[in-house]
Write a protein that binds this ligand. Sequence first.
Ligand SMILES: *Cc1c(COP(=O)(O)O)cnc(C)c1O
Length: 407
Amino acid sequence: MVRVNPHYSKLQSSYLFSDISQRITKFQEANPDRNIIRLGIGDVTQPLPPACIEAFHKAVDEMATAKDFRGYGPEQGYEFLREAIAENDYRAVGADISPDEIFVSDGAKCDTGNFQELFASDAIIAVPDPVYPVYVDTNVMAGRTGAFVNGRYEGLVYLPSVRENNYVPALPDRQVDVIYLCFPNNPTGATATRAQLSEWVAYARENRALILFDAAYEAFIRDPEIPHSIFEIEGAREVAVEFRSFSKTAGFTGTRCAFAAIPKTCMVYDEAGKPTPLYTLWSRRHTTKFNGVSYPVQRAAAAIYTEEGKRQVRDLSDYYLKNARKIREVISGLGFFCAGGDNSPYIWVQVNCDSWAFFDRLLAGAAVVTTPGSGFGSCGAGYIRISAFNQHEKVEEALERIHKLLK
Ligand SMILES: *Cc1c(COP(=O)(O)O)cnc(C)c1O
């Protein structure tokens, strides 16, 4: 008899976005003539930058000739891409990361989800609340969280990100082993200062803990004081891993390319306290379970580091940031407290009522889709997330409708 993984039954059944899409379908069926505008799910709408398209095409043509054809590539990613990443994303901001500390993958979702398998099953895991659900659910599947009771998993340590702390959680009041952090944050849009990240690095060093730093939205940072990478913080090389993605940076959500940066000096420990480089473990895992991102996709990704590529991805994030500013302006003008939206494509709105009730009100009254904050954790109750990933005209129209409904 094949027995099911018992931990799967602890997962909260309805994945947030399928719940939302059911409500949208129901609304559209009842109102076939209403034109729905989606500011819900965090998916990009603008096409790939021309530099990426050109490199992508050229690489596909190379695959058509016996001379330039490529089969299996290096699991860790082609050197041309890893070198461009180390140089432009790290050394250029004074962060000491070398090309062989980069692992190219097909997504930061898979990387942040898979990484937990390197840790003991009784490792104490801390997650922000609200949180990107992938960090939580993958630990549930691995049996690390205990039961779901009153909206929270008993075995997880939750780090409240609330208005009182500007949505940057305080250090835990107990010892934890693994800490997930994400800045600029999904869903709150909050960013962390150098001083705040330094506190987390100091905590991790004192407790021999590990920070899993998700920097999927770093391309949206405009404030020069805000660090783009955890490795801009002194001492982070011993206690942190960073995840990045071309998804939001360069419109790769459907093309798929991302990477993890794992310093060779970052350690995990056995029961006797003997250190092992995390790098060695992830390298073993990655080469066993993954066979590389396709060559044309890696060429397309590398094109964002050329002069014109850099300009084009900057324009892309500027495009969405323009939406974000406008959303924040109109929604706060209606009297709601907003976070995010300046160095982030998300606006986190305190709605002073039930998240789903407000979601339904915007859907029914304005045909605009947002995301209920409660879907990201109990501290998200009373909030909605508005995404800036849409075309300017649609965002403007959505804001006009919301303004009319709520003014
Ligand atoms: C979108 C997103 C990612 C990127 O995921 P990909 O799998 O690379 O598309 C990672 N982390 C967070 C928090 C995100 O919102």
